[in-house]
Write a protein that binds this ligand. Structure first.
Ligand code: PLP
Length: 390
């Protein structure tokens, strides 16, 4: 079955819901049992089937089935946010004395969780250069349990050679966990590239409408699913019923939205690249991007999220550029239908290798507006940027 067909059908069982196209929203805490025997039977499969609202409902099972059908793994777990999917996975797989190899370009709250929370529990984190490739072998220790990858990197958009990293990690006895939010399973198939656990901040493209927090964890094997499901369930945090529904609803249009985000994003990236105010556009789908070869080899598309490095100019000029924008809202997220922009200068943390842009940096999430309007908006922004320097 092709991906677009799978997006439409995965996880839907109208025959179980009086023919309704979408699964209903099950609002559940208590589940009642017809007999004490049935109650005891449930104990034998603590995290399977409907037992108690926190452990999953028919609505969350539907989302998990659909996401898993797209990611291609054994089974998925839904969580209260993308960050909860990341922290739930790491706490499930790690114990005191273990070591994590974390990509240096990781989403900042993941870094903070390692530095502040995992550290308190005796787990050591080493940051590695996203371009390390098979060289990750030299950083593996006997106690390295997880190699975490995210491609392209948050804010800096470096690509990673995930198959090479996965081969080395597996040879050294470590698991590969990936934040696959940028590409979604549509543009990157994690389990064909050696990933063991794939995470989606479903808040972004799966929900797609900037109105719900949601995460998913998809596992390559039953053993991984059991461990991570138990840990997530025991932590007491679960995805809300309405959020899960919004995730399912958003998922059905993921293909068309993502392709339009890609098209619009490339219009902006190419236009920005030709501007005299811009020194670099950080977008792996551009042929001259340093990560382009890997992106072309391993990915089948790009979303509309990318970075821009400006020619050096005063902060006040960047503020003038940003403040007057009509179609780009200032907002710390992405993946919704609307365009967003944030200044990223001074917000990028690095440990393994410094990140040294020569001028101010921005991150753009290209929405579904007409790209001509978006270009005109940025063009007017550059006029303000120039005026602010007179
Ligand atoms: C790459 C990436 N991963 C994970 C997250 C966390 O997702 P959430 O906001 O749903 O916790 C984000 C949020 O911005 C993100 O950009």
């Amino acid at each position: 079955m092709k991906k677009d067909t799978r997006i439409v059908h995965a996880g839907r069982h109208p025959e179980q819901h009086f023919g309704a196209v979408n699964p209903p929203v099950y609002h559940v805490s208590t589940v009642t049992y017809p007999t004490v025997g049935a109650m005891r039977d449930g104990e034998k499969r603590p995290y399977d089937g409907l037992r108690y609202g926190r452990y999953g409902t028919p609505t969350s099972f539907a989302l998990e089935e659909a996401v898993c059908a797209l990611e291609g793994g054994y089974r998925s777990i839904s969580t209260a946010s993308g960050l909860a999917a990341i922290t739930g996975t790491l706490t499930a797989l790690l114990k005191a004395g273990d070591h994590v190899l974390m990509v240096d370009s990781v989403y900042y709250p993941t870094r903070r969780f390692c530095n502040e929370q995992l550290k308190r529990f005796g787990v050591e984190t080493t940051y590695y250069d996203p371009l390390v490739g098979a060289g990750i072998t030299d950083l593996l220790r006997p106690e390295t349990r997880v190699v975490f990858v995210e491609a392209p990197g948050s804010l800096t958009f470096e690509m990673q050679d995930i198959p090479a990293i996965a081969d080395a990690a597996h040879a050294g006895g470590a698991l590969v966990v990936m934040d696959n939010t940028w590409a979604t399973p549509l543009f990157f198939q994690p389990f064909t590239k050696g990933v063991d656990v794939s995470i989606q901040a479903a808040t972004k493209f799966i929900v797609g409408h900037s109105d719900a927090m949601l995460g998913t964890i998809t596992c390559a094997s039953e053993a991984l699913w059991k461990d991570i499901k138990a840990s997530v369930a025991q932590s007491g945090v679960c995805a809300g019923a309405e959020e899960v529904y919004l995730g399912l609803r958003g998922l059905r249009t993921l293909g068309v939205r993502l392709r339009q985000h890609q098209t619009n994003g490339l219009v902006l990236a190419n236009w920005l690249k030709a501007r005299p105010e811009v020194s670099r556009v950080l977008h792996p789908a551009l042929p001259d991007d340093p990560g382009h070869t890997i992106w072309r080899r391993d990915f089948t598309g790009a979303c509309g999220l990318f970075g821009v490095e400006l020619i050096p100019c005063p902060d006040a000029a960047v503020d003038a550029f940003l403040d007057g924008l009509e179609h780009f809202a200032l907002g710390y997220s992405w993946g919704g239908f609307e365009s967003l922009i944030i200044p990223t200068s001074g917000t990028i943390s690095r440990t393994a290798k410094p990140w040294q842009p020569t001028g101010p940096t921005l991150r753009i999430h290209t929405g579904l507006e007409d790209p001509e309007d978006l270009v005109a908006d940025l063009d007017a922004g550059f006029t303000r940027l120039a005026k602010a320097q007179l």
